[in-house]
Design a protein around this ligand. Sequence first.
Ligand code: PRP
Length: 175
Amino acid sequence: MPETLISASEISERVDELAREIDATYRDEGELVLIGVLKGSFIFLADLSRSLTIPHRIEFIAVSSYGDSESTRRTGDVRLLMDIRHPVTDIHVLLVEDIIDTGHTIEYLQRLLAARSPASLRICSLVRKLDRAEIEVEVDYLGFDIPDVWVVGYGLDWAERYRTLPDICVVVPES
Ligand code: PRP
C-alpha cells in the first residue's frame, strides 16, 4: 500500500485556506470560471469549489501529457483532448491543477487560454514538484511543495489506480 505523504485533514485545511485567498482576490471582480484540468484535478476542484463563497462557474479541459499511461517519462508533448464549452473572453479564469511536475502541461494551457483574452488568468495547483521543473511557472495558489516522489490519491493516479484514496500517498513504481 502507498504511504501517506499528506493526510486528508491536512489537505482539507489547506483547501479551505486557498479558498479564502481566492475569495479575497475575486470578491469584487466580476465573473469567475474555474477550469479543472482532467482527470487529476476532479476531487480537488470539487472540494475547492464548495469551499469558495464567491459565485463561480465550472469548466473542464482535458490534455494528455504522457506517451502512455504507465510511463513515468515526461516528453513535454502536450495535446488538447477536450476543450472548455464556453468562451472565456473578458472573464476571470482560474486554472485548477492537481500537480505541476515538469510544468509543460500548465505552460501549454496558459498559452492556449491567454490567447482567448480572459480578464485575468491565474493558476491554482494542489501540489508542485519543484525539483522536476523544466519550465518556470508562476503559481498563484499552491497547496503544497512536495519532493520528487510518485504521488497518488485525492485525484492523482498511478496507471489509473489509487485516485480515490483520501490522502496523498507515495507509491514506488516497479521497474
Ligand atoms: C498530470 C497532472 C498534470 C500534469 C502535470 O496529468 O494532472 O496535468 O500531469 O505534469 P507536467 O507538469 O509534467 O506537465 P496526467 O498526465 O497524469 O493525467 P491525469 O490528470 O488524467 O491523470
